[in-house]
Design a protein around this ligand. Structure first.
Ligand code: PRP
Ligand code: URA
Ligand code: MG
Length: 212
């Protein structure tokens, strides 16, 4: 898997405030939104475009527009919803599909409780958004779902990633022959005994939306 850790002082600054346990939910939501916009700028470098010519007030100008079919953005509920607006601000014509997944905190296995995706994803570029890549179980299950529907090009945007999660995705999709990219604001040290990212930022869903 191609992994890009976005190295930029503004990303590092916003992430530091996001990590701080004293940061309240409204500030956390705003920072997650701002961060995803910065990550999306990098994550969409390979978005497909087609050439067009427009008429300026002066002369014809050659340029590009997003190619059809337009990209699909898939937030993984619940925490991924905190990254959706930032993505669609950059990709306003993207379609949006939804995956509802929750990690069982005893087994650390991902369970799927909702799916709302187009039936046929062949030829689509898909951007999956979820703030946390911990064991990788959730993202691996999400990508398998997208591949089953025909997706052949998947980019995941995560605010934080753990080495264990990246290794899990590498193992799971080693022979798939399909491109998978990960764009993240930081690669943290490790997981703790509860499967939480260290130093991490705690439970992203709870910090965005409260304890459910
Ligand atoms: O890599 P993993 O070990 O699978 O863990 C990561 C998952 O855990 C969090 O979601 P959570 O299950 O807490 O659901 P929530 O978004 O509803 O809070 C996070 O947003 C990821 O989806
Ligand atoms: O550190 C972690 C791990 C999984 N899910 C979270 O929200 N945080
Ligand atoms: Mg959670």
């Amino acid at each position: 898997m191609e992994t890009l850790v976005v190295d930029h002082p503004l990303v590092a600054h916003k992430l530091t405030v996001l990590r701080d346990a004293n940061t309240d939910s409204p500030t956390f939501r705003r920072l997650a939104d701002e961060l995803v916009t910065l990550l999306a700028y990098e994550a969409t470098r390979q978005v497909r475009v087609s050439e067009v010519t427009v008429q300026t007030p002066v002369a014809p100008a050659r340029g590009v527009r997003l190619a059809h079919p337009h990209p699909l953005v898939v937030p993984i509920l619940r925490a991924g919803l905190g990254m959706l607006d930032g993505m669609t601000r950059l990709l306003p014509t993207a379609e949006v599909g939804f995956l509802g997944m929750i990690r069982n905190e005893s087994t650390l296995m991902a369970e799927t409780y909702a799916t709302r995706l187009p039936d046929d994803l062949s030829g689509r570029q898909v951007y999956v958004v979820d703030p946390m890549l911990a064991t990788g179980g959730t993202l691996a299950a999400a990508i398998e779902f997208l591949f089953e529907r025909g997706a052949d090009d998947v980019t995941a945007l995560c605010l934080l990633a753990a080495p264990e999660g990246i290794a899990h995705l590498d193992q799971t999709f080693a022979g798939s022959g399909k491109p998978i990219r990960l764009v993240t604001a930081a690669l943290d040290e490790r997981l703790n005994e509860h499967g939480y990212i260290v130093p991490g930022l705690g439970d992203a869903g709870d910090r965005l939306y409260g304890v459910a």
